[in-house]
Design a protein around this ligand. Structure first.
Ligand code: FMN
Ligand code: SF4
Ligand code: FES
Length: 556
């Protein structure tokens, strides 16, 4: 008996805990939400108590436990969309939507270069206006799964990873191969794994997720532990203002397939998991297709290497590496205590390398052209290029690729086209919602880890949101602090309580606001378990340094 029709979904999955999140996601897709009966059915299927299944499910912000009421138009109110009149759009729509429709505010949809962004059901409306949203509701909209914009290469750019984006059909492996794909893998297949690690060490490849940890060091550490080993590709990209991994996955998925196969050979991985953001539907579909095509051509070896794509289900913290491990294992989306580090005991206790998409996409170039050619771009300390996502108040938002050491001014004023018409730029937010706000006077600094100012500001994952004078700096800091407070998983008190207190003080700064914010910032930075809390006070700290009058004086 299956009155609810859950078995259709359940029967497609093994009765194992690792299948928990994929099952929950598919059941929600099939039924719209996860009711009590669905949770009970999943509990029986994976032999896990209902309370535990519910506990896991509630740790993912995209899972719903009640039927949606009416039809909602989602308006992104992330920073880049706010800077492009998202509030005015929401207000206008609230007044003009047909009966039965409501406006919902959503965080960043990772299309910040096309702000403001709305969504009607599954259909996105880019550069939304009230009339284009209403047209989408009426079924005549031109929104939806539009291809990513591929801006022309600009002065100062060096396109290595982006070379095939927009020039090769991402759905045809023949085209990718004709344009050079998989030649780096062929070289890697002719090398001993340890020699690949040495080559990557000579190239000086640093992880591109934001921490800039040397890739070869991580691989060597993992190789020092016995097999079986795992490679996890971090394609979660849940950081507002960052959309570069999706750009690559949608436009040149074979670059990542080749990169991950080279890394898998280097660490002699037995299993590969690619963890892709739940909203990155096109990226996941194109990667799956690219993988299938590569497998069919024998690129994954014989027998083929086991590569599985897993989808996330929301939350900034879901990109944190230990959360990805827990998620694949069917546990709550909450960071783990370390040590042990994943290189020693990662997925199911196996030695595991976790690398960002962009990190791995550098490997074909290194294998093809060698370490010296790789170092020909960038600085001695930070070799190579960085793929960046630029959005906000600039004339030419988009995904670009620049050598490390390029100045922020070159990026903002030349590559991204400078201020959009009629706008006056005030600051650049570098490093995401827990990044630093840097005034134009500092834009001569090199774009490189720890080099953006004297306090060691870093580019993070390469998100740059350029802010103009339409949004007061205190509102920007308040917005980012509120975001971090909302995304805190709640595991540790300083992050959970401290970020919320900071948000409240910023709402209504009284006489001793600065002292209280300073104390909280220090506590949250020092006592938080993971990077989310440790860096959450950075927008405040950088604004205190560079915009004190705006932060504590009368609002502009
Ligand atoms: C809150 C938080 C969110 C993160 N989100 C991502 C992410 O979306 N993508 C990513 O590659 N790394 C993310 N990271 C970093 C990962 O934990 C990990 O360091 C990274 O995947 C390592 O890749 P790399 O060495 O190639 O840079 C995040 C870290 C934190 C603390
Ligand atoms: S720092 Fe914040 S997000 Fe990270 S584990 Fe602690 S409460 Fe969770
Ligand atoms: S898509 Fe709206 S802020 Fe990113």
């Amino acid at each position: 008996m299956d009155p609810n029709g859950f078995e259709d979904v359940l029967n497609r999955f093994p009765r194992e805990r690792t299948a928990l999140l994929p099952i929950l996601i598919e059941l929600q897709e099939a039924h719209g939400y996860l009711g009590a009966e669905a949770i009970a059915a999943v509990s029986r299927h994976v032999y896990t108590p209902e309370s535990e299944v519910f506990g896991v499910a509630t740790s993912y912000s995209e899972l719903r436990f009640a039927a949606p009421e009416g039809s909602a138009v989602a308006i992104c109110t992330g920073l880049s969309c706010l800077l492009n009149d998202a509030r005015e759009l929401a207000a206008s729509l609230t007044a003009s939507l047909p009966p039965g429709y409501t406006v919902e505010e959503h965080p960043c949809r990772f299309r910040c270069d096309r702000a403001p962004v709305a969504a009607v059901g599954e259909q996105y409306v880019d550069r939304a206006t009230p009339s284009s949203v209403l047209a989408a509701i009426g079924g005549s909209g031109a929104g939806g799964a539009a291809e990513r914009d591929v801006p022309l290469a600009q002065p100062g750019e060096v396109r290595r990873l982006l070379a095939r984006c927009g020039t090769v059909d991402p759905l045809r492996i023949e085209d990718a191969i004709a344009a050079g794909a998989y030649s780096g893998l062929a070289r890697a297949n002719g090398m001993a794994p340890a020699a690949i690690v040495q080559l990557v060490q000579d190239a000086g490849l640093l992880g591109r997720s934001g921490a800039y940890f040397p890739a070869a060091a991580k691989w060597s550490a993992t190789r020092s532990y016995p097999k079986p080993r795992c490679l996890v590709v971090n394609a979660e990209e849940g950081e507002p203002g960052v959309f570069k991994d999706r750009h690559i996955l949608e436009l040149d998925p074979h670059l990542l397939v080749e990169g991950m196969l080279i890394a898998a050979r280097a660490i002699e991985a037995d299993d590969v998991y690619v963890y892709i953001n739940g909203e990155a539907t096109t990226a996941a579909a194109r990667l799956q297709r690219a993988l299938d095509a590569a497998r069919a051509r024998g690129m994954l070896g014989e027998p083929p290497l086991r590569v599985e794509i897993r989808r996330g289900a929301g939350g900034y913290v879901c990109g944190e590496e230990s959360v990805i491990l827990s998620s694949i294992e069917g546990e709550r989306a909450v960071p783990r205590l370390r040590p042990p580090f994943p290189v020693e005991a990662g997925l199911w206790g196996r030695p595991t390398v976790i690398n960002n998409v962009e990190t791995l996409c550098n490997l074909p170039f290194i294998l093809n052209d060698g370490a010296a050619a790789f170092r020909a771009a960038g600085t001695a300390e930070h070799p190579g290029t960085k793929v960046i996502s630029v959005s906000g108040a600039v004339g030419r938002p988009g995904v670009y690729e620049v050598p490390f050491g390029t100045t922020l001014r070159q990026i903002i004023d030349v590559v991204a086209g400078g201020a959009a018409a009629g706008r006056t730029l005030r600051a650049a937010l570098c490093g995401g919602p827990s990044g630093s706000l840097l005034p134009p006077a500092l834009w001569g600094a090199p774009f490189a880890p720890g080099r953006l100012d004297d306090a060691g500001a870093s580019p993070g994952a390469g998100g740059i949101v350029v802010i103009d004078d339409a949004m007061p700096i205190r509102d920007v800091v308040r917005h980012l602090t509120a975001y971090n407070a909302k995304e805190s998983c709640g595991k540790c008190t300083p992050c959970r309580e401290g970020t919320a207190r900071m948000r409240d003080i910023l709402d209504e700064p009284s006489g001793d606001a600065r002292q209280r914010l300073d104390e909280l910032a220090e506590a949250v930075t020092a006592a938080s378990l993971c990077g989310l809390g440790q860096m959450a006070p950075l927008p405040y700290l950088s604004a205190r340094r560079y915009f004190p009058a705006e932060l504590f004086g009368a609002s502009r």
